[in-house]
Design a protein around this ligand. Structure first.
Ligand code: FAD
Length: 370
């Protein structure tokens, strides 16, 4: 009889969610992380804009982002230094959008009001049809490569295993254990499954016989454009349309520009559409005086949301030993340290920090089970 490798926890998905959860759990559990692609972070986690935006997302998302700040400023030994470098974000409004700016100012009074002159002093290419802005000084650029590598190093240092090039095809409950069947014939067993499959999370739920939670993968596109060196763009804040209909930020020698698209998609290896690139450039040029001669590089990825925009973290009420760690949307990196800590505590039935207790019902998979 062939022996089946046994683990305490099998995490499905090797993006930032699965790798960070696996690394946290490996401190106390024997962990296997399974990734279908040949490298971790191939999908959404390799395609982000790498920004830390504490004012972005629902209240629960913002809580977990703020709770991740300390980790990024003073990371553990396995991680590189300087994971988070300060860069403000500037929400821009045209005349007909000033009402939205007021709404944001009322919700987040800590943001600094900016006149067009003040905006141009920071980002000289802004066009005169921008009427005002709000500056959030708390954001920053994340070194997402170093973050993923840090969690991988931590996973291995703690005795955890990452298996790439292996797709999970079946999940069977055998007594107190789960048996995981994979594409290459690998079979492994564990008491606990953590579903961190990003855009595929509902599909991985179905492998265990669970009806979908209604997770929605949405395509987002980005591209890099040239910017004259003389503009000294490296220190510009990230600029975001108040309707979240575009954003741009410095990315090395270039500007990263996105139309902030949210096109529903099936789970897939998302590719940029010409129309979305054209939209990115058009929206950029509506607010900026900078001719775009050439798009240097383009990509797209899937941001996966629960219908209410909150993360999906915790035990499935329908099946013992099955946990969800999904719906990271557009916030998977900025919230990763606090999220990894949270899923670890929920799996191990340990106490959750007091200030996070109130958000647990907003994150619980049970809220999405019909
Ligand atoms: C253009 C863009 C900009 C973004 N900007 C930011 C930003 O500035 N800041 C921020 O915090 N976030 C940002 N995000 C969001 C962030 O990238 C995601 O929230 C995060 O990467 C999601 O991580 P994940 O691990 O859940 O998903 P993924 O990285 O997609 O990982 C899921 C993995 O599961 C694997 N998988 C699926 N099914 C199986 C199976 N059956 N067996 C084995 N493996 C399987 C997949 O191969 C995949 O690698 C952005 C995303 C995009 C696309």
């Amino acid at each position: 009889m062939v022996s089946v490798p046994e683990f305490d926890v099998i995490v499905i998905g090797g993006g930032i969610a699965g790798v960070s959860a696996g690394a946290s759990l490996a401190a106390k559990q024997k962990v296997l992380v399974i990734e279908a692609e040949s490298q971790p972070g191939y999908h959404a986690s390799g395609r982000s804009a790498a920004y830390f935006a504490p004012a972005y997302g629902t209240a629960a998302v913002r809580r977990l982002t703020v709770d991740s700040h300390r980790f990024y400023r003073t990371p553990p030994a396995e991680f590189a230094r300087d994971l988070l470098k300060p860069r403000g974000s500037l929400f821009l409004a045209r005349q007909n959008e000033l009402g939205l700016l007021e709404d944001l100012a009322a919700n987040q009074p800590e943001l600094e009001r900016m006149s067009l002159e003040a905006i141009r002093a920071q980002v000289p290419i802004i066009d005169s049809n921008v009427s005002g802005g709000l500056l959030d000084l708390n954001g920053g650029d994340l070194d997402v490569h170093a973050i993923l590598q840090g969690y991988l190093k931590q996973l291995r240092a703690r005795g955890g295993t990452l298996q790439t090039d292996v797709r999970v095809l079946g999940l069977d409950r055998l007594g107190e254990h789960w048996q995981v069947r994979c594409g290459d014939g690998l079979v492994a067993s564990a008491r606990i499954i953590v579903n961190a499959a990003g855009a595929w999370a509902d599909e991985v739920g179905m492998l265990a016989g669970l009806a979908p939670l209604g997770l929605q993968p949405k395509r987002r596109t980005a591209c890099l454009i040239e910017v004259p060196e003389a503009l000294n763009h490296a220190k510009w804040p990230m600029c975001v349309g108040i309707q979240e209909d575009y954003y741009f930020k410095a990315e090395g020698a270039h500007l990263l520009v996105s139309p902030a698209d949210e096109t529903l998609s099936a789970p897939c290896d998302a590719q940029p559409e010409d129309l979305d690139i054209a939209l990115a450039i058009d929206r950029f040029q509506r607010v900026c005086n900078l001719p775009v001669k050439r798009v240097q590089f383009r990509w797209a990825g899937l941001r996966t949301f629960a219908p209410d925009g909150n993360f999906v973290v915790g035990a499935d009420p329908r099946l013992a030993g099955y946990f969800w760690f999904a719906g990271q949307g557009g916030y998977g990196y900025q919230s990763a340290p606090a999220m990894a800590d949270l899923i670890c505590r929920l799996v191990l039935a340990e106490a959750v920090p007091t200030h996070q207790v109130a958000i647990l019902p907003q994150l619980a998979p049970a809220r999405l089970v019909g």
